[in-house]
Design a binder for this molecule. Structure first.
Ligand code: FAD
Length: 465
């Protein structure tokens, strides 16, 4: 859309409220704002604006609302569901300019930040204050806290600290009509009526724009104990997790599973030497962080030895140095390298009740090989959080549109009472499948909420609902 296709008066007013230097139209819109990490294609945006204050966000939304101009909030654009790709004719609202760290309060264990603050900066600022911000994911260097909150991001430490929702004490949100909703609660306990902030956590930019957050910090950790463990079967992984949680007093920080297909693929792609032999059905990467490295290491080793004696685990490698910790994690994080050689691929981010994960994976594997013989499929995931990732591909010769492969997998997820999106959100990518995980009455209630908070439908139209 050309600049003059937007009402001229609107364009002038947008520059007035945001500052001319913070607004771009048409061909001047940064190319990087046109896509996120998903393969979803967006529409053609009309303008790009990067506000510097909550008042500016409010004025922009008020203006867009009164002219029925769609607005797409954009964080670090690391989303995997297409939630931040442009809607046709939209104003792209980049939150990058609101990246201030306003306050760290060590005694209350909280930090006040602008929505555009990059996750890694928050982690480092917490560490500098001898504290710990527990959210962590592979996109830490580019994703913003506003995007993390808008997607209720999960990541590597959910098993111990919960999803982003659990790490947010307070929020400031601007509604579609420009109303500023200050919910800057600083207390873990506040039951003065319904806690409205939860409506916006995970709403993927469809109900309001997050401008500030008060984050919950935890005591600083001083080291990780990490092991890569080979298991005889999926049942043993469940036994190992409950054994580890009970003997380590619930201090397991990560419990990642890799099925043999994933483990062998990642060894092949990265050329790494296997820390444990590559002929077991399933592997667990288990991590416990703590504040007392020496006694933690003893407790961790004792836990592993007991698991070995009880024949829960078949083999194990215990990381002896920071470098080995990184090597073990690089196997789990090696998915990026696998993806680059398997394009076009379809990646799934699903969840299934923990005890059923083994059967569900077996059923998906059998259905894929019956319907698409020869289609490569690898399984891994944050299994301690009931979250499995599955990558199929290259898919071209099996199902160019990918729709049949998706249907095969999501049908099975539905029968297990699982979710089509464990942590990445719905965005555009999962929209056709949302009804597999939400009942008609839930969807109707969600639409009611959308209608009352954004009656003109300007916020991130076409996404999620
Ligand atoms: P964007 O991609 O810019 O936006 C995502 C959604 O949030 C969009 O709907 C957008 O409209 C909305 N939004 C953004 N900012 C705001 C705001 N201020 N107010 C209102 N709405 C807003 N995700 C996980 O959950 N767990 C993982 O382990 C994980 N690992 C990843 C690893 C890699 C290498 C990559 C590339 C991505 C990974 N992701 C993961 C996905 C992604 O990083 C998360 O979804 C992240 O939270 C998105 O943040 P963002 O700032 O990039 O948001």
């Amino acid at each position: 859309m050309l600049k003059n296709q937007l009402n001229k008066e609107f364009c002038r007013e947008l520059q007035n409220v945001a500052g001319t230097e913070n607004v771009k139209f048409n061909g001047d819109i940064p190319q990087s704002a046109l896509h996120d990490w998903s393969t979803e294609e967006g529409g053609t945006p009309a303008a790009w604006v990067t506000p510097r204050s909550t008042d500016a966000v409010s004025a922009i939304l008020k203006l867009c609302n009164s002219h029925d101009v769609p607005v797409v909030p954009q964080g670090g654009l690391s989303g995997l569901a297409g939630g931040a790709v442009p809607s046709e004719g939209a104003v792209l609202l980049s939150m990058a300019g609101m990246d201030q760290i306003e306050e760290i309060d060590p005694s209350s264990g909280l930090m006040v930040v602008g929505a555009g603050c990059i996750l890694q900066r928050i982690q480092e600022a917490a560490q500098d204050a001898d504290l710990y911000f527990a959210l962590d994911l592979g996109a830490r260097g580019s994703c913003q806290i506003g995007g993390n909150i808008a997607t209720n991001a999960g990541g590597n430490r959910v098993i111990r600290y919960g999803m982003t929702r659990e790490l947010v004490l307070g929020l400031e949100v601007v509604l579609a009509d420009g109303t500023i909703l200050p919910m800057m609660n600083r207390m873990p306990k506040n039951n003065a009526a319904l806690d409205l902030k939860h409506m916006f956590i995970g709403s993927e930019g469809t109900l309001g724009v997050i401008t500030k957050a008060i984050l919950r910090l935890h005591p600083r950790m001083n080291g990780a104990n990490t092991a890569l463990v080979a298991l005889p079967d999926f049942e043993s992984s469940i036994r190992l997790l409950s054994h580890a949680q009970s003997t380590l007093s619930g201090r397991v920080t990560a419990f990642e599973l890799m099925w043999n297909d994933y483990y062998t693929a990642v060894l092949e792609e990265t050329g790494q030497k296997p820390p444990v032999a590559a002929d077991y059905p399933i592997y667990a990467l288990i991590d416990m962080q703590g504040a007392t490295p020496e006694s933690d290491a003893d407790a961790f080793q004792t836990m592993l030895e007991a698991a070995f004696e009880s024949e829960i685990i078949a083999d194990a490698a215990l990381a002896q140095s920071e470098r080995e910790v990184e090597t073990f994690w690089s196997l789990r994080d090696g998915i990026s390298e696998i993806l680059s050689t398997r394009a076009p691929s379809i990646s799934f981010d699903v969840s299934v009740p923990l005890a059923k994960i083994g059967d569900c994976v077996d059923e998906i594997r059998a259905a894929l090989s019956a319907n698409f013989p020869g289609l490569p499929a690898i399984f891994f995931g944050h299994a301690g959080d009931s979250n499995i990732h599955l990558v199929t591909g290259p898919t071209t010769e099996f199902d160019p549109s990918g729709e049949h492969i998706e249907k095969t997998v999501y049908e099975i997820i539905r029968t297990y009472g699982g979710s089509v999106s464990a942590e990445h959100g719905i965005g555009l990518h999962k929209k056709p499948w949302l009804s597999y995980s939400r009942t008609e009455s839930e969807l109707a209630t969600l639409r009611l909420l959308k209608q009352s908070l954004d009656p003109r439908g300007i916020l991130n139209p076409g996404k999620v609902f």
